[in-house]
Design a protein around this ligand. Structure first.
Ligand code: SAH
Length: 213
């Protein structure tokens, strides 16, 4: 598990690509410059790690495209110390970005293989999310609610009500909604009953799945 000057150089180029596509949040860009994305993928695919592309990981899932991770993270407007729920731990890359931003991260993964592997891996490289959960993201994490922010990193066929319910007033939910493609959607909770909704164009995610295997 090496991180070399060559990797760091490639990450600087990746930051420029993500910037050119419109992301300007300095904290997010610093996280991408810092996190060794190649370690979140199988070592034989290292060459792909610093291209702005999604890539297969285990259990037929993908590590999201760096631009997408950056874009969603920017929409969340993470402040240090905030409690953030992530749906779809996957490789743990987005989890690591949220940790770098100083968030207390709770993340749910429904594929046991990924849950086990990523839990071990994040510890190995020094990231300490507050809580990783093997479970169903449609339900959120009622025990730990409410959250300042919630991010969904799989394509949601609809907006799960429990996620809206587990958001603090003033909180933000970033969720790609629809079949293929999804529309990146931001919900801001204005009051107990009111949500403001904004849409940010098309993205492609693996689908959020309903039944645990
Ligand atoms: N954030 C991840 C993206 C992984 S792809 C990363 O940076 O690598 C989406 C992930 O969502 C997959 O790992 C998939 O198994 C998971 N997923 C799909 N449906 C889910 C559900 N209902 N609850 C929790 N996780 C789910």
């Amino acid at each position: 598990m090496k991180d070399t000057f060559r990797h760091q150089g490639k990450r600087k180029q990746l930051v420029e690509i993500v910037k050119a596509k419109g992301v300007s949040d300095e904290g997010v860009l610093a996280a991408i410059a810092k996190i060794p994305r190649h370690l979140f993928m199988d070592s034989s695919f290292e060459d792909h790690a610093y291209q702005d592309k999604a890539f297969p990981i285990a259990a037929e899932q993908t590590i999201s495209q760096p631009f997408t991770v950056a874009f969603q993270s920017e929409l969340l407007q993470v402040q240090p110390g905030e409690k953030i729920l992530e749906i779809g731990t996957g490789s743990g890359y987005q989890t690591a970005v949220l940790c770098e931003l100083g968030a207390k991260v709770y993340s749910i993964e429904r594929q046991q293989e990924l849950y086990v592997k990523t839990k071990r891996f994040l510890t190995q490289i020094g990231y300490r999310p507050k809580y990783l959960n093997f479970g169903d993201g449609y339900k959120g994490l009622p025990t730990y609610a409410p959250f300042d922010k919630i991010i969904v990193t799989a394509g949601a066929p609809f907006v799960p009500n429990p996620l809206l319910a587990q958001l603090k007033v003033g909180g933000r939910l970033v969720i790609p909604v629809g079949d293929d493609p999804q529309i990146m959607t931001l919900f801001i909770r204005k009051s107990a009953k009111e949500f403001e909704k904004k849409e940010f164009g098309e993205f492609r995610f693996v689908p959020m799945l309903e039944d645990k295997n």
